[in-house]
Design a protein around this ligand. Structure first.
Ligand SMILES: Nc1ncnc2c1ncn2[C@@H]1O[C@H](COP(=O)(O)OP(=O)(O)OP(=O)(O)O)[C@@H](O)[C@H]1O
Length: 283
């Protein structure tokens, strides 16, 4: 897998509508994601998480400010940046077999048929579905279909994977499995992953960093390093008192937003048990 570049967002503003109808969703938003990082973006409903992700994918242009991929201004979708959307039902084509769904974007990239097939089968194996290439999406469970959507994202061999609420429409057990699958793919492939999620526990469980959006219009209100180590485990990590501290801090920021300096690590709690306020270090 080719090594990607940093995504750098500088002072981005995004509005919809014009004049009296202008709705400014994002203002003065800056952030940076470096190659190989796993970053989760959380924030209240309507904060502009999807809008930001669309800007990062090149599908939407900011109203002002700049987004760069390395040295390159990001003004259109790039082959280096793949996107997995929330709802597999809307993104997989029911009339195509699973293998052809995964291989579909490669056709537009000029990849030959035999190579498309090989790459699709490899990606299906990577998401734990080596035997479903000949089936149709509707013959699979919801969790399996979302794995297919992730496999399609991987088929691009893009070093950056953007995911918008990727596990929102599957049951709880499949969600845990998909979270662990995404962590292991990131470890194995060394890709950059950016996940937008409503689920604070999920963000803390997955991320090297959690970026909290908030305010009206939206900006970055916290940018928190998740110091839970690189190995995560659904039972042990979630039972770790440090996990509870971090999730409390994120939740408090969302409910009670205070702008934060660009990037820092939350203070480690003292050895004596302390209340939730102890994990919120105000600027
Ligand atoms: N194409 C569009 N035209 C007009 N307004 C839009 C458009 N896309 C998004 N918006 C508005 O921008 C705001 C942010 O929407 P967005 O979907 O980015 O938020 P979000 O944080 O992802 O929300 P949720 O968590 O509920 O999915 C909302 O008020 C939405 O109505």
């Amino acid at each position: 897998m080719k090594r990607g570049s940093s995504l750098i967002v500088e002072d981005v503003r995004k509005s919809f509508g014009h004049g009296a109808d202008e709705h400014r969703v994002i203002d003065g938003l800056s952030l940076r994601v470096d190659p190989g990082e796993f970053v989760c973006i959380v924030g209240p409903s309507g904060a502009g998480k999807t809008t930001l992700l669309r800007c990062l994918s090149g599908l939407t242009r900011p109203t002002s400010g700049t987004i760069r991929y390395g040295d390159q201004p990001l003004t259109r979708p790039l082959a280096d940046i793949a996107v997995v959307f929330q709802d597999y039902r809307g993104s997989l084509m029911p009339w195509l077999r699973v293998r052809d769904n995964v291989a579909f974007p490669l056709e537009g990239m000029g990849v030959k048929r035999a190579e498309r097939r090989k790459r699709a089968d490899e990606c299906l194996a990577a998401v734990g579905l080596p035997d479903v290439g000949d089936k149709y999406p509707w013959q699979l469970s919801g969790g399996m279909q979302q794995r297919v959507a992730i496999a399609r994202g991987l088929a691009y061999e893009a070093p950056v994977l953007l995911m918008d609420e990727p596990f929102g429409s599957v049951d709880a057990q499949s969600r845990f499995d998909l979270e662990d699958l995404t962590l292991s793919l990131r470890r194995k492939l060394g890709i950059t992953v950016i996940v937008v999620t409503h689920d604070i526990d999920e963000a803390v469980y997955l991320g090297d960093r959690v970026i909290v959006l908030g305010g009206r219009p939206t900006t970055v209100i916290d940018n928190l390093t998740i110091d839970l180590g690189t190995e995560r485990d659904q039972i042990d990590t979630r039972a770790d008192p440090r996990f509870a501290d971090l999730r409390t801090r994120v939740l408090t920021q969302i409910r009670n937003p205070h702008p934060s300096p660009p990037h820092r690590t939350a203070k480690k709690p003292a050895s004596t048990p302390r209340g939730p306020e102890s994990v919120v270090s105000r600027p």
